[in-house]
Design a binder for this molecule. Structure first.
Ligand SMILES: Cc1ncc(COP(=O)(O)O)c(C=O)c1O
Length: 428
């Protein structure tokens, strides 16, 4: 029976920043040399080149990118914004603070992306915009969504935080809409510790976003240092050797005693609040430390995308013949980057424990279904596919630094689970 070796177990995720990069960022923060903006334009330019657009504007967070965008687009208060229900709750907060009404439409249960038919049904005379989140780095039929928006005169916004370099019919996700925004936080494929980026079709919209971010204060050293230290801790905790010898054993020990504790700790965050205004702690100017980190990620992002895609393909090759209904539907025309590899396992903790007993640590998506969160009860919608996805979808690790051999072994372990626990016939 396949079990990963005790010295090379697989963590649920790894960050995209390398240890020396984080340490050099910390040194710059401590010496005070990294708080300026000399390198920011170069990072914005490199980002714009990756996206194949003329200009990009760096932001303190993706949520602030959206905050600035809705102001720059002058969406009138009371407008309805149709959106994907699975995202971080603060994206919804930003819309509500702007006086906009989020209208959640369910996802397609096979692709996990916004369902164009449901989108059409949700349009009312008050609808002004559509916010599509490209979940997990998988691409959907953007022709349909774009043509619905054009037909109804709606602004199309894309959240490409999971989908750097994913494409639909050769065109990058994030470039279909009037504007696209991206998170650069620590788990993203392009990371600057924290941060965001905006691109837009209309140069005047982008200029307004730039003006707003130019007015923000310089980040406090302690805040920037704290973010880098958190990145350092996650980097070390998921380093193959340290993870195998310490983090994995700790996570397993806790999970065996209380299977839901860690997942709940990550999802039932006491800081999940309904906001009345944008917190000042989110409003900082993008700086040179972040730009250097971002440039390092951009230099390798394509190579790492390909490695992650190759890892995902290994899983698909092994699992598709026996468990197609648990895998995402990959639409023809889509170029998927698999920021996460979604695998349906309604068995929940039983699945997680089986995988952990053989050396693979994994979890469900930690993003909530915002359509049913108690803090958003006044705009709640039944979105059963999204609710089910949040419960059932587990991410099989495919990080580009995991050796393909270990991914083959991971696939064998999933197959063993399907055979033993789910009673699925798996030819030997
Ligand atoms: C889909 C999606 N959108 C937006 C964000 C928010 O990013 P930020 O923390 O940069 O605001 C995240 C963060 O995980 C995300 O997953």
């Amino acid at each position: 029976m396949t079990t990963l070796p005790w010295y090379d177990r697989i963590p649920r995720t790894r960050i995209y920043l390398k240890l020396p990069e984080i340490l050099s960022g910390l040194a710059e923060v401590l010496s005070g040399t990294g708080m300026g903006e000399a390198k920011v334009a170069a990072f914005e330019q490199a980002f714009a080149e990756m996206m194949g657009v003329g200009e990009a504007v760096a932001q303190p967070y993706a949520r602030i990118a959206l905050h600035h965008l809705v102001q720059a687009l002058s969406l009138p208060a009371g407008s309805e914004i149709i959106m994907t229900p699975i995202t971080i709750h603060d994206i919804v907060n930003v819309l509500l603070v702007a006086g906009l009404k989020p209208v959640f439409v369910d996802i397609n249960p096979q692709t996990y992306q916004m369902d164009p038919e449901r989108l059409t049904q949700a349009i009312t005379p008050k609808t002004r915009a559509v916010l599509v989140t490209h979940l997990f780095g998988l691409a959907t039929d953007m022709d349909s969504i774009q043509s619905i928006c054009q037909q109804h005169g709606l602004v199309l916004l894309e959240d490409g935080s999971h989908a750097y370099n994913a494409a639909w019919k050769g065109k990058k996700l994030g470039t279909f809409g009037d504007a696209g925004f991206f998170s650069l936080s620590s788990l993203k494929a392009v990371s600057t510790g924290y941060g965001g980026m905006v691109i837009a079709k209309d140069a005047a919209v982008l200029a307004r976003v730039r003006n707003q971010s130019a007015r923000l204060p310089v980040v406090a050293k302690g805040h920037m240092g704290g973010i880098l230290i958190r990145n350092l801790i996650v980097n070390l905790a998921t380093h193959p050797t340290l993870f195998s010898w310490s983090t994995f054993l700790l996570v397993r020990w806790i999970s065996q005693r209380s299977p839901e504790t860690i997942r709940k700790w990550q999802t039932d965050n006491p800081n999940v609040l309904r906001l009345q205004e944008i917190p000042t702690k989110w409003l900082w100017k993008f700086n040179d430390v972040q730009a250097s980190l971002g440039l390092a990620c951009l230099a390798r992002v394509k190579d790492w995308d390909e490695k992650r895609r190759a890892n995902a393909q290994i899983l698909l090759d092994h699992l598709m013949p026996v468990a197609q209904d648990r895998l995402p539907l990959l639409v023809e025309g889509s170029h998927n980057v698999f920021w996460r590899f979604p695998f349906r396992a309604p068995e929940g903790a039983v699945f997680r424990q089986f995988m952990a007993s053989r050396g693979v640590d994994l979890t469900t998506t930690l993003l909530p279904c915002c359509a049913t969160m108690p803090i958003f009860a006044d705009v709640a919608q039944e979105t059963p596919h999204a609710q089910r996805a949040v419960r059932e979808v587990h991410f099989l690790p495919v990080h580009p630094t995991i050796h393909p051999h270990r991914i083959h072994q991971q696939a064998q372990i999933v197959l063993a689970f399907l055979k033993q626990k789910a009673g699925i016939h798996v030819p030997s």
